[in-house]
Write a protein that binds this ligand. Structure first.
Ligand code: AHG
Ligand code: MN
Ligand code: MN
Length: 336
């Protein structure tokens, strides 16, 4: 029988690649993998148990929280608290960062930014949803962490990835040495290496954007979408439209099949919808590690210094040549 490599084995084997790693990062990644399995279990039975629908509360952005949003958030926070490798967490579902104050966490080297459940509007429809995570080395000394530990540019990411709860459940992550994907075998409860060294295909022909916002998009984005529609077999156009509405699922498909994901600003929301810290930056890290690019239309996402935990950013991610193409339509405009 072929030797199967589990996520836990892989994390330990690759630990030497991370400068200064002493095993704590491995344990932290492993804890995220375990929490993801609990979230996966709950998602799988969502249609059976009384866990669908709204929790009756709003998150900081005024969005109604679904029960699974709350479940996933608690699951990841509890895993990170119990694991002791994390000093603070920034989550989409919490207004303020969560500072883990106990003797073990106070000495922890890492902090985590997380979108516990991405694409939650798709839960009821049995459509793929996800989790997005990123890990930074804290900049404060031992003791209580603070928000400065989380407001670091993406160039400081130590590890990042996502979980996609789809027709199969996968965990995809990178520590800055390529991207690897693991598929959950539900019969044994193990993530198994199934997609080693994921790279964007050389040529793509998918574009993913919520085109119902077309009329409100910056002129450059409208022109790019028109470009996608042009009949030109040499450049594989017209491109194919694919849009799920769960960023993780749209990004994952485009990573495997070759495509660009766009969430531009609009007149009403110039910074778009997606959150820089726990949605754009981790996905940008993965996109770059897979040989692609991620920008806000002008600037590299990983270079942006965040000012606040929940700030938003226009977002373009995909194979480098596709992202560079959309940028050519945005050079003469301040809107992205
Ligand atoms: P979340 O469920 O974490 O709030 O994220 C939803 C996001 C993202 O997953 C997706 O790309 C985007 O919302 C879809 O937005 P539109 O419905 O505006 O297209
Ligand atoms: Mn999200
Ligand atoms: Mn979310």
């Amino acid at each position: 029988m072929k030797h199967l490599i589990t996520l836990t084995e892989f994390i330990i084997d690759r630990q030497v690649e991370v400068k200064g790693a002493t095993g704590e990062l491995s344990r932290l990644l492993n804890d995220i993998g375990i929490a993801a399995k609990f979230v996966n279990r709950e998602i799988n039975k969502a249609g059976l148990a009384d866990i669908l629908g709204y929790e009756g509360t709003d998150n900081v952005q005024g969005e109604a929280q679904k029960k699974l949003d709350v479940y996933a958030n608690n699951q990841f926070i509890n895993a990170l608290r119990a694991g002791g490798q994390c000093a603070a967490i920034a989550s989409e579902e919490n207004d303020e960062i969560i500072i883990l104050d106990n003797p073990v966490s106070n000495k922890a080297k890492y902090v985590v930014a997380i979108d516990p459940l991405d694409g939650s509007s798709n839960i009821e429809a049995n459509v793929s949803i996800g989790t997005v995570f990123s890990i930074y080395r804290r900049i404060t000394d031992n003791g209580l962490a603070n928000v400065s530990d989380l407001l670091q540019p993406g160039t400081k990411i130590v590890a990042a990835g996502y979980v996609i709860y789809g027709s199969s459940t996968m965990l995809v992550y990178s520590t800055g040495h390529g991207v690897n994907g693991f598929t959950l075998d539900p019969s044994v409860g193990l993530f198994i290496l199934s997609h080693p060294d994921i790279r964007y295909p050389a040529a793509g022909n998918i574009y993913s954007v919520n085109e119902s916002n077309y009329i409100h998009f910056p002129e450059g984005v409208k022109e790019y979408i028109n470009y996608c529609h042009v009949d030109d077999p040499a450049t594989k156009r017209p491109y194919i439209t694919r849009y799920i509405g769960s960023m993780v699922a749209d990004i994952h498909r485009n990573l495997l099949l070759g495509g660009i994901f766009l969430y531009p600003g609009t007149k009403k929301n110039p910074k778009g919808k997606l959150r820089l810290l726990y949605e754009c930056k981790p996905i940008a890290f993965i996109a770059e590690q897979a040989g692609g690019k991620a920008t806000d239309g002008k600037r590299r996402i990983l270079d942006i210094h965040p000012d606040s935990v929940h700030q938003r950013s226009p977002f373009y991610a995909g194979p480098s040549y596709m992202v560079e193409k959309v940028e050519t339509f945005l050079v003469n405009t301040s809107e992205t």
